[in-house]
Design a protein around this ligand. Structure first.
Ligand SMILES: Cc1ncc(COP(=O)(O)O)c(C=O)c1O
Length: 414
């Protein structure tokens, strides 16, 4: 079979089913092309993408500037490993440090790798700077977190599907309720082995759970008081998704460590990183951490282009305006509907709560009907549907999508 051979949707699904591990449960649609806010299936049917590869494609599918940067670099130099310098990485590091206000970047590839990186830096900082006794450091995490799928990360997940039969688990994590500042202070004041607090500014995978106003600012203040690193996982919320460059910007918080991934490349290539100031990042020396592909020249060229697009095209402002419009339009529908309990979110990271049991198939069936009506979204945690279109969407396109969503929901209204 040639890579160029054209498959029908049915054949493509059959191949994945037979030869791929069944570690995902995709909506039955086979995509073969994308441009801006649209994707097309193998038979040529056009859809609005309302997931953006879990907020990776913020800049829209196949953004010409990002594709151009990637293509030019791919034809010039793709990989050197970090055994040698390359002439792109330093430029990317400087651009990201200037953009987000940090001294140093440590580049990786996937979100989970960047989270692992932050955890390692945090532990090393705890022993070498804070003076916690060897192997005693703890990192506080939140219930219902999602930070990726590695052995350590699932060790502090409370999703039974992600955890079951993957033990023994990594020690050194203390889990507290999300959005509960008292719970955070309780642990901080009663335990002097705390190195860091790892938090998602909005819990995306948990169903777009937005914490109370002021939660992040108060949490940061407490971390400062107890000399604990505030680590923001902005893999899903970062890069303009929530209406600001970072979700923590809504509360004027500067994390001690910032974790980015996904839209750091506009979804064109796996690019992730951790950003921190020298007083933290200096604990890392040669051999402590790394990755063959992390910081490769293609990733670096793509990363700069992806961030430039976000700024040049005002994507944060667009996400802010369109997000308000989206929630206002859906709230009009919800006020007269018993099918949907609520819409919640920030910027263009939103979700609706379907008024049915998490074990029911209603949200899945709604997503199948949305697909048939030309819009792709995916349920999370049973009865929640996440809505996260590319941020290059126009007002007209968004209103068109609102019509599709409401028309589809009405099909399910009893
Ligand atoms: C907040 C957060 N952190 C980390 C990750 C893991 O990223 P990756 O899938 O690139 O490993 C995700 C993925 O959805 C995420 O939402």
């Amino acid at each position: 079979m040639l890579q160029s051979e054209k498959l029908t949707s049915k054949n493509a699904i059959a191949l994945e089913d037979k030869y791929g591990a069944h570690n995902y449960h995709p909506l039955p649609v086979v995509l073969s092309r994308g441009e801006g806010v649209y994707v097309w299936d193998a038979e040529g049917k056009k859809y609005y993408d309302f997931l953006s590869a879990y907020s990776a494609v913020n800049q829209g599918h196949c953004h010409p500037k990002i594709v151009d940067a990637m293509t030019r670099q791919a034809q010039t130099l793709t990989l050197t490993s970090r055994a040698f310098y390359n002439d792109q990485l330093g430029k990317f590091e400087k651009y990201a440090c200037d953009t987000f206000g940090y001294d140093k970047m440590l580049p990786m590839n996937t979100g989970a790798e960047a989270v692992e990186t932050a955890l390692k830096i945090c532990r090393k900082w705890a022993y070498e700077k804070k003076g916690i006794a060897a192997n005693e450091a703890h990192i506080i995490v939140c219930e219902n977190n999602f930070h990726g799928r590695t052995t350590t990360i699932i060790s502090f997940s409370n999703d039974p599907v992600a955890r079951k039969n993957f033990g023994p688990y990594t020690k050194g994590f203390i889990k507290i309720e999300y959005d509960n500042i008292t719970a955070l202070e309780e642990v901080l004041k009663s335990n002097d082995t705390i190195a860091g607090f790892l938090v998602e500014p909005i819990q995306g995978e948990a169903g777009v759970f937005v914490p109370s106003d002021g939660y992040l600012a108060k949490a940061k203040e407490l971390c400062e008081k107890y000399n604990v690193l505030f680590i923001a996982d902005e893999v899903q919320t970062g890069i303009a998704r929530t209406g600001k460059m970072l979700a923590v910007d809504h509360e004027g918080v500067k994390p001690d460590m910032l974790i980015l991934g996904k839209a750091l490349s506009g979804g064109a290539y796996p690019v992730s990183c951790v950003l921190a100031d020298d007083k933290i990042m200096e604990v890392i020396g040669p051999g402590n951490h790394g990755s063959t592909f992390g910081g490769n020249p293609v990733a670096a060229a793509v990363g700069i282009a992806a961030l430039e697009v976000v700024k040049e095209e005002g994507l944060a402002e667009n996400a802010q305006i369109l997000g308000e419009l989206f929630r206002a339009e859906l709230n009009k529908y919800i006020s007269g509907s018993s099918l949907v309990k609520a819409v919640r979110g920030k910027g263009l990271l939103n979700a609706i709560l379907v008024n049915d049991s998490p074990d029911s198939s209603t949200a899945w069936d709604i997503c199948l009907a949305l697909r048939d009506n030309g819009l792709l979204a995916k349920p999370t945690h049973g009865n929640i549907i996440r809505f996260a279109p590319p941020l290059v969407m126009t007002r007209e396109q968004l209103l068109d999508c609102v019509v599709i969503i409401i028309k589809t929901l009405q099909q399910f209204q009893k």
